[in-house]
Design a protein around this ligand. Structure first.
Ligand SMILES: [Mg+2]
Length: 331
């Protein structure tokens, strides 16, 4: 179990999925074989997924330096670092439209609940959240609330919020020793227990009031129900879809938040003890390959530790200095 392997696993999956994101499944398999790309070249570049995850991590660090994590402490740092990412010359890795649109509105000074793209549940909300599963010492409420708030700045749909919380908690639970086989059921149980919970301390009341939902509980329930549906049947798919087929057949294409989570969990279920197989399988997928593979890599790293990935990958990946620094601070 390793914070470092989870942070780097995110970047490894992202980098392996970068060249495959917009290619057809047949084309990917023709190039890389049925189990996907497994070679990380020197100077491997990541995408917006890792860049934004580093922004979330940085915001959490700055907020924690001021005191216990809260919405008031965290939101200004998220806001500033998301806008800085959007304007960065390094933001040239096919960034998501929702994030760019919301960041432009944040930069104009709109409050986040107006800047957010209220109908979007794109996976840009949860592809960047796994650092919140890794930061030590948070209560469950802090981890859950902060995960939802970081999503809400750009993606206002309740399913983006719920999927982000689930993604961060999955990393935390795996780090704490939850067996991989137990993960889908644990996530579905979270969907049930949280179904009527709207985290007003973190989200305020503007977000749900601007939706079509009649109450905060109804707003939240939509997100948890959609996530639970996406997470149902993954265990059976391990047998019926299997390790040599497109993982999107099991969990969905992953352009939306709950499918990115489900398909990444599915990749982990296929190869619980083999992180390279997990990220390669995520990268060889018909859908949002870099986001599926980065989440799958964060899960597989949390479970298997640093030795699960080739040693030279840690020297080859972009942003390794920052990833190393975070790993040392949080281990
Ligand atoms: Mg990307």
């Amino acid at each position: 179990m390793s914070v470092k392997a989870s942070l780097f696993g995110l970047a490894f999956g992202d980098a392996l999925g970068k060249p495959t994101e917009f290619r057809s499944y047949a084309d990917i398999v023709a190039t890389f074989g049925p189990r996907g790309p497994r070679d990380l070249p020197p100077g491997a570049l990541v995408t917006d997924d890792t860049q934004m995850a580093l922004a979330v991590a940085g915001a959490v660090e700055l907020a924690l330096a001021e005191g216990p994590l809260s919405a008031d402490r965290l939101e200004p740092h998220l806001n500033r670092l998301f806008v800085a990412w959007a304007r960065s010359p390094e933001n040239n890795r096919a960034p998501g439209n929702t994030c760019m649109q919301a960041c432009a509105a944040l930069e104009r000074g709109r409050p986040w609940w107006e800047a957010t793209v209220s109908g979007s549940k794109g996976c840009g909300a949860n592809m960047r959240v796994t650092p919140l599963g890794l930061v030590p010492g948070l209560s469950e409420d802090e981890r859950a609330g902060a995960s939802q708030l970081q999503a809400a700045l750009t993606h206002g749909h309740p399913t983006g919020l719920a999927a982000s919380e689930l993604t961060a908690l999955a990393v935390r639970w795996l780090l704490d020793g939850l067996a991989v086989a137990e993960l889908p059921a644990a996530l579905r149980a979270r969907c049930d227990s949280q179904r009527q919970v709207y985290r007003g301390d973190w989200l305020g009341d503007q977000l749900w009031r601007r939706s079509a939902a009649g109450s905060p509980e109804a707003f939240a329930a939509t997100g948890w129900d959609e996530c639970k549906a996406a997470l149902t049947g993954l265990e059976d798919a391990v047998r019926f879809v299997g390790p040599d087929a497109d993982p999107c057949a099991a969990g969905g294409a992953g352009w939306i938040a709950e499918e990115a989570l489900a398909t990444a969990v599915y990749c982990l279920l296929l190869f619980p003890a083999s992180p390279v197989d997990v990220v390669a399988r995520g990268a060889a997928s018909s859908g949002d390959s870099d986001s599926i593979a980065c989440l799958a890599g964060a899960f597989a790293g949390a479970v298997n530790g640093e030795a699960g990935f080739p040693a030279d990958w840690y020297e080859r990946i972009e942003y390794r200095t920052e990833l190393d620094r975070l790993a040392a601070a949080w281990s």
